[in-house]
Design a protein around this ligand. Structure first.
Ligand code: GLC
Length: 796
């Protein structure tokens, strides 16, 4: 039985150590049970409850529980407990509950003054100090500023139409809740995660400049502290804890076209035909809610009676078809899914645990599958078979906060009851994991039907760890410039919160876009992981050709550029899958000691080598760009600039400022090579002067064979300058036979002709004075290629 919580604030105090094992120490006071555990050198966990025992519920976020033992030094005396590893120390004052988490040199990373951690009734409270120069990033999907310091954030998944009022500080919640933050100060990064999927509120120095006040309405204090000090280390550890994004099918990195809705089969075919006729690459088309029979999930209505034939026809043209899937099951007693759900007691119950809760969504009255229950997840997964049999290749999980039109709170009543494998639980305690568990049911279900195909799953709602199951798209933005600008920080913060595969509706969802806004959005999105155009019911057409020929030809150029960059992007996805590294990165990812880079909120890196500075204002044709230390080249003109300064980049409507890091090797396809599912046999390696390396990754792009070693990975290194240089093609690892039989090396920004030798033999080379680009072809065999410039060398 739980002890009745007191209605006064009960801070941690008068603690006694009661138990100590190798990696964890348990303490008690008259009101609290506390456990400090060391999971890794740089990862500590602090749990506090007002009950005698900790909840037996395993976490929904955490997927790694078997941590190898770490060398730990535990010191206790009458006044304090100190637990230390080579990287960090956590110190707790036994008398007054003050807490300090510090790095190996004793510098505080997080600290709470005496009496600032405890419970008020059932509400858990933690108050930390914020240092003067501390910036806060992460927090998953949030509108507003890039640096979250000064914000109040409520973690409570909510359907907010139009992200309105997205840009105002009063907007506290969105569809996804990830209570994970990265603190950056004086070049040092540390992380904090409060694993509690109930309602949490974080005030990051808004009401008191130097205080970070956190509260959770229900549940335990379950804090994870990450010592860093590299941002990469914090995120890699966070994704070690909560999981990493699966390898996506290669086709899903291509351009995708959606709208609410393409209402008939004929219209879908017309759209597909238009893409091919106009030679605009596109890999996927979407069916929004109108494809269903009266919004009944997993059905096709009259206008899609021949769905199987449609997907076959589309497949011939190289398109995948994706359907939306909403959780609300129409409350129609004759509807098979509802009947089977009722028979399995699959729906979320009212507080008394007897009747199903009935809310309202698109189909009218609806019941909500209880995705917290593993049997319900597998039932739901099995129901997806109908779509899979119809040839549907991807699943777009929407409205899964869950949205509920029946109540002003827009979601399920807080006292609804879920049946989990660990007993009944109130909705308020798990609200933020509902959508993630739907995405899990979806992914697992698809895998059960197609065990050797990579599922493609999108979700709107999520919690920490959502990246294991689905990509996150940021829902209903609006066609306004402010939302384009906001998307930059939103994707960057999502990316450092463990969700590298993310993106938003290109052009804006709510309201009508303009040709200029559409193009600027598309240009930006070309460098974001998920690349999908989507717009609302009743808005003007938003396909790339909808705004006339000029807009269409610029749009085509960028969609082509996206496809050219596929091998580069794919390598970044492989890295994200292995290490949790974001694909789209804030500048601080690579330059965390540079305060100007840390603050840069309107530009970003795609991988380490491409710096993208999107145009985010109406009418703008130039902007200031911060180039971090080193040497950078303008992607378009080849012009060289020293880093560590701001430069003005010109970008008339047909272009976007892109800078390339010196020494970069960027694998790119030629425009004619777009094939969707496999790499072509010649890949261009675009090389810029300097020293650099490429981590080439390749696999079949669709199956799970890579997990058993069927991939091809190798290092390609280059070092060159004025006189020439060398390219080293490393040996390959993995059993996948590389499709890239030849590499076409493209030397960018050079001043004249050159000669090339490989294995002592001269190779044929070309130099184009107009573009100042040199090129030669080499086979994919490992080896060293030397090249010498005959005349002017590298362009100045
Ligand atoms: C929600 C989704 C949106 C979709 C619409 C209709 O608003 O966020 O993308 O088009 O529902 O299904």
């Amino acid at each position: 039985m739980r002890k009745r919580p007191a209605a006064t604030f009960r801070p941690l105090a008068e603690l006694k150590v009661v138990r100590q094992s190798e990696q964890s120490i348990e303490l008690k006071s008259a009101f609290h049970t506390v456990r400090v555990s060391v999971l890794a050198d740089d990862l500590f966990r602090l749990q506090i409850t007002f009950a005698k025992k900790f909840s037996s519920h395993p976490s929904w976020a955490v997927c790694k529980t078997n941590w190898p033992a770490v060398a730990t030094i535990v010191r206790t005396n009458a006044s304090s407990l100190s637990v230390g590893t080579a990287s960090a120390t956590l110190r707790l004052s036994l008398g007054d509950g003050a807490l300090r988490f510090s790095d190996s040199e004793g510098r505080a990373l997080f600290n709470a003054a005496p009496g600032k951690i405890g419970f008020f009734g059932r509400e858990a409270r933690v108050e930390m100090n914020l240092a003067g120069e501390e910036s806060i990033f992460g927090l998953g999907e949030t509108t507003g500023t890039f640096n979250k310091r000064g914000l109040i954030r409520e973690f409570w998944n909510t359907d907010i139409l139009g992200h309105a009022p997205a840009i105002y500080p009063s907007m506290r919640s969105l569809y996804v809740s990830i209570p994970f933050a990265i603190s950056l100060r004086e070049g040092r990064a540390a992380g904090l995660f409060w694993d509690n999927p109930g309602r949490q509120i974080w005030d990051l120095g808004q009401t008191q400049l130097d205080r970070w006040k956190m509260s959770a309405a229900t549940g335990e204090i379950d804090l994870y502290f990450f010592a860093g000090p590299g941002v990469g280390r914090v995120v890699s550890r966070f994704t070690d804890l909560t999981g990493r994004t699966p390898m996506p099918p290669l086709w899903s990195l291509g351009y995708q076209q959606c709208r609410y809705s393409y209402e008939t089969q004929e219209r879908v075919e017309e759209i597909a035909g238009a893409f091919r006729k106009r030679k605009i690459p596109c890999d996927a088309l979407y069916l929004d809610i109108h494809h269903m029979d009266g919004y009944r999930v997993f059905t096709f209505g009259k206008t899609f009676r021949h769905a199987r034939a449609l997907t076959r026809k589309l497949a011939k043209k190289g398109f995948k078809l994706i359907t939306i899937v909403d959780p609300g099951v129409k409350d129609d007693r004759n509807f098979g899914v509802l009947k089977r759900g009722i028979a399995r007691h699959a729906f979320v119950k009212e507080a008394n645990g007897k009747k199903d809760y009935i809310g309202k969504v698109w189909p009218g009255k609806a019941r909500f599958p209880d995705f917290l229950n593993p049997q319900v997840r597998s039932w739901w997964g099995a129901e997806q078979k109908k779509l899979i049999d119809a040839g549907i290749a991807g699943f777009w999980n929407d409205m899964n906060e869950p949205a509920n039109f029946a109540l002003p709170t827009k979601t399920l009543p807080e006292n609804c009851r879920h049946e989990t494998e660990h007993g009944a639980i109130r909705h308020s305690a798990i609200h933020n994991v509902y959508g993630m568990e739907m995405a899990r049911a979806c992914r697992d279900g698809v895998l059960a039907h197609q065990p050797d195909t990579r599922p493609f799953v999108i979700t709107r709602a999520g919690y920490a760890g959502v990246q294991r199951h689905a990509l996150v798209w940021t829902g209903d933005n609006s066609s306004v410039w402010e939302h384009l600008a906001d998307a930059v920080q939103m994707f960057l913060n999502l990316s450092v919160s463990g969700v590298p595969f993310c993106g938003g509706d290109i052009g804006g969802f709510i309201d009508n876009t303009t040709p200029e806004l559409f193009l600027r959005w598309l240009q930006f999105a070309t460098f974001t992981p998920f690349y999908r155009n989507h717009s609302n019911l009743g808005t003007i057409e938003q396909e790339p050709w909808a705004f006339g020929r000029n807009t269409e030809s610029i749009a085509r150029k960028f969609i082509e550029l996206r496809y050219q960059l596929l091998p580069y992007l794919y390598g970044l996805f492989a890295q994200a899958h292995r290490e949790g590294t974001p694909i789209m990165r804030p500048l601080f990812w690579h330059y965390q000691n540079d305060p100007v880079a840390v603050a840069a909120s309107d530009q970003f890196l795609l991988g380490e080598n491409l710096l993208i500075a999107p145009i985010l204002r109406q009418g703008a044709t130039a902007r200031s760009v911060y180039l971090p230390r080193g040497v950078w080249f303008d992607f378009w003109s080849g012009q060289k600039s020293a880093g560590g300064q701001h430069v003005i980049a010109h970008a008339p409507l047909e272009t976007i400022p892109i800078f390339v890091r010196a020494g970069a090797i960027v694998p790119m396809l030629a425009v004619q090579q777009f094939v969707g599912e496999k790499m072509p046999d010649v890949v261009n390696l675009h090389c810029w002067p300097g020293a650099g390396e490429l981590d080439w990754y390749e696999d079949d792009g669709q199956s799970l064979a890579f997990a058993a070693g069927e991939f091809s990975r190798r290092k390609i290194k280059s070092r060159w300058g004025e006189k020439g240089g060398t390219l080293r093609l490393g040996t390959t690892v993995g059993s996948f036979p590389s499709q890239a039989k030849n590499w076409r090396v493209v030397l960018r920004g050079i001043g004249g002709k050159f000669s090339v030798q490989a294995d002592g033999k001269n190779l044929r080379s070309r130099f184009d004075p107009a573009t100042q680009v040199g090129s030669f072809e080499v086979s994919n065999a490992p080896g060293i290629v030397d090249f010498q410039f005959r005349t002017a060398g590298v362009k100045k």
